[in-house]
Design a protein around this ligand. Sequence first.
Ligand SMILES: N[C@@H](CCC(=O)N[C@@H](CS)C(=O)NCC(=O)O)C(=O)O
Length: 283
Amino acid sequence: MAASTLRLATEHRCFGGTVAYYRHDSEVCGGEMRFSVFLPPQAKAGKVPVLYYLSGLTCTEETFQIKAGAHRLAAELGLMLVVPDTSPRDTGIPNENADWEVGTAAGFYLDATQAPWAPRFRMFSYVTRELPELVGRSFPARMDREGIFGHSMGGHGALVCALRQPGRYRSVSAFAPISAPLRCPWGQKAFRTYLGADVDAGKAWDATELVRSGARLPPLLVDQGTSDKFLVEQLKPELLREACEQSGQPLTLRFQDGYDHGYYFVSTFMEDHLRHHAAALTA
Ligand SMILES: N[C@@H](CCC(=O)N[C@@H](CS)C(=O)NCC(=O)O)C(=O)O
């Protein structure tokens, strides 16, 4: 497949900037991929920093744009927001839609090594290489000023993208991340499916294991709701905190009383996260 040509699906004026939805033929994922972009008003006059947002299980490239309430402040701060879909879709892989925890909308932002997923489910390479190249070619983006954040599966994805590429992102944060996928049912199932039974292979894609092994991030902000029904069984932020404490990784982990896992929680603390990123990206 030749270098991607963007296909604009829809475009909407928003807080003086635009939200637009794109599709393109991805070389890395071997088929069509979708993403959305918020361009702040400042992008009309020059290049702006790029903040990637990785969404959680069952989400699309649209979920953040319609539910996170980020545009007003991103417009003020002059941040471009780039939101990929959560996996390839309609790949023809048998049962790709059968289970919301693996397959469609559950790409886990890693590069699968196992059949039949390996040729298509390569979300790490997509999010860290092909998508940024496309963004840099297509939009007024300051590619020397990238930040990354996300929610749940995508919160973990943001941590891993940054941990595997030291120095790449100037700012990192997460809402209710799956903190230690090798030690929770969602992660164990996904890693077994995409990476096989070898636990050591999984360690290279597990944020807590990466921190424990000495990988470093910019000072990390994590928010977690105390009424999140996935907190105890799936998210386990205490394991990430323990690893950060042991290896001296700066972490601000905030437990937010009474908030659940959804976008009412995410949108409530979006301002703090955008300001956290802007402080590093626009300095
Ligand atoms: N389908 C799951 C929930 C999946 C879920 O909570 N997804 C989160 C990310 S992990 C999300 O953001 N969903 C979309 C939304 O809240 O709009 C269930 O039955 O409990």
